[in-house]
Design a protein around this ligand. Structure first.
Ligand SMILES: C[S@@+](CC[C@H](N)C(=O)[O-])C[C@H]1O[C@@H](n2cnc3c(N)ncnc32)[C@H](O)[C@@H]1O
Length: 275
């Protein structure tokens, strides 16, 4: 069963505002892999579970056409409003039934999304749509986030972990795929030419307000909010107050940085797979 956790209009708007595009180092890994496996030029990329389009737009310079797909109408609405280009189109559809022809895709990506899919039907669909030597990248960051600010980085990281521990009670069971660093997905990818890598990303600039927005974009925060809105608000306020107190600042615009651990499963369609 697909997890419909990013459907609300408010959630999609928070998502659009507070989620960031995939980092350069991840994109370099993906494009080096693609170039190693398949000669240019590249026609079509499909970004599955594209959300509000941040991950789709980074593909545009490399392809003649890019399609972003998502099961959530609200997310696709946000993507269309924010990221328009003659090269890109968006479509509401499940990852397990993509509206593209057999053997037509050079690169299929899913950023922070594959753990939500029904993985076996999705992987069958992947085998159907990729061109021979076409590639796939299924990547995400893990919940193990580090926060950096002066001499209180460890204290802030611990506060954030404590907040995440409260939210974990509201986590969808599919998140176990992410916690196992996509091992399950990797094992099921139907191509022999595949690899799984993990790496520590470099620091990303944030503010305290931005970090609180990022926290609100988590599906488990939205689930908590839907069942206990006041408690969710109180948790957010408490986390924010603890941050400001620990940093000894009063402005929510105070800059800090975060760093994330990334997981990426890469594979190339080198053998015909039985449907
Ligand atoms: C965490 S968001 C990632 C969005 C975007 N790729 C990014 O990097 O910001 C996960 C997205 O996957 C979508 N999703 C979940 N299950 C899906 C499915 N079965 N088919 C298509 N999209 C799905 C959700 O609606 C959501 O927009």
């Amino acid at each position: 069963m697909s997890a419909h956790l990013f459907e609300g209009k408010d959630h999609a708007a928070i998502y659009q505002k507070h989620r960031f595009p995939p980092p350069e180092e991840l994109l370099n890994i993906i494009f080096s892999y693609l170039e190693e496996k398949k000669a240019k030029p590249y026609d079509l990329a499909v970004d599955v579970g594209c959300g509000s389009g941040q991950s789709t737009q980074v593909l545009l310079p490399h392809f003649a056409r890019v399609l972003g797909t998502d099961i959530s109408e609200a997310q696709i609405q946000q993507a269309k409003q924010t990221h328009s280009s003659s090269k890109v189109s968006y479509c509401v559809c499940p990852a397990e039934a993509l509206p593209v022809e057999d053997g037509s895709v050079d690169l299929l990506t899913a950023f922070t999304a594959a753990h939500w899919f029904d993985i076996e039907p999705f992987l069958k669909e992947l085998a159907r749509v990729l061109k021979p030597r076409g590639c796939v990248s299924l990547s995400s960051y893990s919940p193990n986030m580090k926060i950096h600010y002066g001499h209180c980085s460890e204290a802030l990281t611990e506060i954030f972990r404590e907040t995440q521990a409260v939210l974990n009670k509201y986590a969808n069971e599919k998140l176990h795929v992410l916690l196992s660093q996509y091992q399950e997905i990797f094992d099921l990818v139907p191509f022999p030419d595949k690899k799984r890598i993990t790496f520590q990303g470099s620091e990303i600039s944030f503010t305290v307000a931005g970090l609180m927005g990022f926290l609100q974009s988590f599906s488990m925060f939205q689930t908590f909010k839907s069942v206990q809105p006041e408690a969710a608000e109180a948790l957010l306020n408490k986390t924010q107050a603890r941050f400001l107190e620990t940093m000894k600042v009063s402005s929510l615009e105070t800059p800090l940085t975060i760093s994330l651990e990334y997981i990426c499963v890469l594979a190339c369609k080198t053998e015909q797979v039985a449907p």
